[in-house]
Design a protein around this ligand. Structure first.
Ligand code: KIV
Length: 272
């Protein structure tokens, strides 16, 4: 299904609010390059997230911390060129917004100006309120991210489910309300109990997009490489694998090697 003909209406932050109000689930997926973004956008995804998970799945790092603002802009620029329908949201990477609100604004402006993306995402609640407000004041839509926030992995020490303790759960609900109040257009909730995620989704009017947050939220997000079965060693309970591209690509590569070694490729028809 192609969007090149413009038969789809572009997804906007306003449309996402309408979808929540109409109880229409929102589908979000990551993408990091032109070719995959084109396929995923053509299939009708609502939000494409240029996630800092690029640090893991594209660059092979153990955490999201090493990826830089320049790297994120490079990925985002490639994705934006491919997209004609989805809203493109870009993660502001670790170390380019936590310093102060003017650093957050400067980084966000670079992302929007240089990549052509539609919105940015930041991890955290009350601690980064000033930065969120400053970025929003420049007219840049901001998506929040609460629960398991991978940029804080060394503070957590583990990728286990967050907010099981009542005190952390209460803070998370308060943070979600705060993000709505200051003007975020949506929030990603990562790896928290499903009951708590439902409470959050019921207490705000902005869309709550879950990853490992159960079914009672307004939409779901997954990392592209996990959904397509490209990553093989990552099988959390929340992941549903929709394809086995690792197997398909591995077998195709083996066949290609065999054909080259046997001088079966290229054939006369494949030559000039
Ligand atoms: O970077 C990312 O891919 C994310 C998703 C896990 C939501 O933030």
């Amino acid at each position: 299904m192609s969007t090149a003909s413009g038969k789809f209406k572009r997804i906007t932050t306003h449309r996402l609010l309408e979808m929540k109000a109409a109880k229409e689930p929102i589908a979000m997926l990551t993408a990091y390059d032109y070719s995959m973004a084109r396929i995923i956008d053509g299939a009708g995804i609502d939000i494409l997230l240029v996630g800092d998970s690029a640090s893991n799945v594209m660059a092979g790092n153990e955490t999201t911390l090493p990826i830089t603002l320049d790297h994120m802009i490079w990925h985002a620029t490639s994705v934006v060129k491919a997209v004609s329908r989805a809203l493109v949201v870009v993660d502001i990477p670790f170390g380019s917004y936590q310093g102060n609100s003017s650093e957050a604004l400067k980084s966000s402006i670079r992302i929007m100006k240089e990549s052509g993306a539609h919105a940015v995402k930041m991890e955290g609640g009350i601690e980064i309120k000033e930065s969120i407000v400053r970025v929003l004041s420049a007219g840049i839509p901001v998506m929040g991210h609460l629960g398991l926030t991978p940029q804080s992995i060394y503070k957590f020490g583990t990728y286990t489910v967050r907010a099981k303790a009542e005190s952390e759960a209460r803070k998370l609900v308060e943070d979600a309300k705060l993000l709505e109040e200051v003007g975020c257009f949506g929030i990603v909730l990562e790896k928290i109990p499903a009951k708590l995620a439902k409470e959050v989704a019921d207490s705000v009017k902005i869309p709550i997009i879950g990853i490992g947050a159960g079914p009672d939220v307004d939409g779901q997000v997954l990392v592209m490489h996990d959904l397509f079965g490209i990553t093989q060693d990552f099988k959390p309970r929340f992941l549903r694998q929709y394809a086995d591209l690792n197997k398909i690509i591995g077998e195709a590569t083996q066949q290609y090697i065999k054909d080259v070694k046997a001088k079966d490729f290229p054939s006369q028809e494949e030559s000039y």
